[in-house]
Design a protein. Structure first.
Length: 321
């Protein structure tokens, strides 16, 4: 019988606690430990599962096979690198790191050591997107809205790296062509960083993606609309639900509507990570390279926003873009 993999979670804020719960629920996995600089928070998260709790994650690395890194973005590189150096497989929350140089270093280290480096782009595992991506026939226009209320957490990064990067990753997964140009605008509302943003991404083959993200909206929205030759698909990633319309043919039109009763995307993501570590053929992750691509495009969107802010500043107007 295959021995159990020992897992740990580093960082047990609101999202990290969900990682703890999912590892504890998986067959073939032992939730060995939980780490957080707030040791009481670590103890609280570990207690009901019988896992050990530590303040320094490095105290766990000699005992575990794999780890979820769910700390603030600015610490992703430091923590993930230490885990990889210790020979531990890593699932790091999105964005992969703060910079492309850091992402490149993690990817190179994982490849050098033969370790799995996954990135937590959760929406790839949303069943509505999984089914949608299997139906695609070269889309020419994608529209995404991701709106959420202000929660006061996740504000160590702007809304592009906090929310829009989810849809940036989905767009890159759907579009076969390379990015040709990016234009964007953004606004500060409740923080010192951009809280609402819009980006228009054009691809070399002529396809276009229009993305909107806000973390200061009253009603949560996660919608994705995809248009292609002879088809239109609309996914509500909150429900989740998928509707697909195809151009009528000789035998009439084709319309499908799917609502999913089991939609635990995080469990699917972590199961895919575990399966990949085991070397199972069915294992699926968002790779370090894919996480880097999403980060690169997100940083390009932010650069377009910054450029627009500077142009406004030159006019003497007190706005950000």
């Amino acid at each position: 019988m295959t021995s159990k993999l020992k897992a740990a979670v580093v960082g047990v804020g609101s999202l990290g606690r969900w990682h703890v719960q999912k590892y504890a629920a998986l067959e073939g996995v032992e939730l060995f430990g939980v780490a957080d600089v707030d040791t009481q928070r670590a103890r609280d998260a570990a207690a009901q599962y019988g896992a050990c709790a530590v303040g320094d994650f490095k105290d766990l690395l000699d005992e575990v096979d794999l780890v979820s890194v769910v700390v603030p973005t600015e610490s992703h590189y430091e923590v993930a690198r230490a885990c990889l150096d210790a020979g531990v497989h890593v699932l790091v929350e999105k964005p992969i790191t703060s910079s492309l140089e850091q992402a490149d270093a993690l990817i190179a280290l994982a490849e050098q050591k033969g370790l799995v480096l996954g990135v937590g782009h959760l929406e790839r595992f949303n069943p509505a997107f999984v089914d949608l991506s299997g139906m695609l026939d070269r889309p020419f226009f994608i529209e995404a809205e991701r709106l959420g209320g202000f929660k006061g957490r996740g504000t160590d990064v702007d809304v592009v790296l906090d929310l829009m990067i989810h849809d940036i990753d989905l767009v890159l997964a759907m579009m076969p062509s390379k990015v040709a140009s990016v234009s964007a605008c953004g606004f500060q509302v409740l923080t010192d960083l951009v809280d609402i943003a819009n980006a228009r991404i054009e691809f070399e083959d002529g396809a276009v993606a229009d993305l909107s993200a806000s973390r200061v909206s009253r009603t949560p929205v996660r919608k994705l609309r995809v248009f292609g030759t002879n088809f239109y698909a609309s996914a509500d990633l909150n429900v989740p639900e998928l509707r697909v319309e195809r151009r009528p043919g000789p035998n009439g039109g084709d319309s499908n509507a799917l609502t999913y009763t089991s939609a635990d995307a995080l469990l699917r993501e972590i199961q895919g990570f575990v399966d990949t570590v085991r070397g199972n053929g069915g294992g699926r992750i968002v790779s370090g390279h894919q996480g880097r691509s999403a980060l690169a495009l997100a940083l390009e969107v932010n650069e377009a926003i910054r450029s627009r802010i500077e142009r406004f500043a030159l006019t003497g107007r007190n706005v950000v873009a």
